[in-house]
Ligand binder design. Structure first.
Ligand SMILES: [Mg+2]
Length: 121
């Protein structure tokens, strides 16, 4: 079973994502901000991270940069979630080490196709 860490400050988004991911046979962990997400990664590195952009404490970009700089044994795939459909924003996320991005709100089909693109579904 593949594992996914859902990182979002919205409890509702985390709940929706968890539901979709569980129907896709993922084991799911959650974090409410980037710092909590780093702690989860230290405990158990997921196969893929579904990452929000705007969060308190530590946002998505800072989490991503920190994650990619750390010398973990393995690195997860990262799918960035954004509501902002602009090329510069997406480019910045890819440059920081994101593998794919998905527009919020996403449905099951969209998320599944993104997970297939990064090779975890
Ligand atoms: Mg947010």
């Amino acid at each position: 079973m593949k594992s996914c860490l859902v990182v979002d400050d919205s409890k509702v988004i985390r709940k929706v994502a968890r539901h979709i991911l569980e129907t896709l046979n993922f084991s799911v962990q959650e974090a409410g901000d980037g710092r909590e997400a780093l702690t989860r990664c230290e405990e158990h590195m997921p196969d893929v991270v579904l990452l929000d952009w705007n969060m308190p404490v530590m946002g998505g970009m800072e989490f991503l940069r920190t994650l990619r700089q750390r010398s973990f044994e393995s690195q997860p795939k990262v799918v960035f979630c954004t509501t902002e459909n602009d090329a510069a924003h997406i480019r910045a996320a890819i440059d920081a080490g994101a593998d794919e991005y998905v527009m919020k709100p996403f449905d099951r089909e969209t998320l599944e196709s993104k997970l297939q693109i990064v090779g975890v579904a």
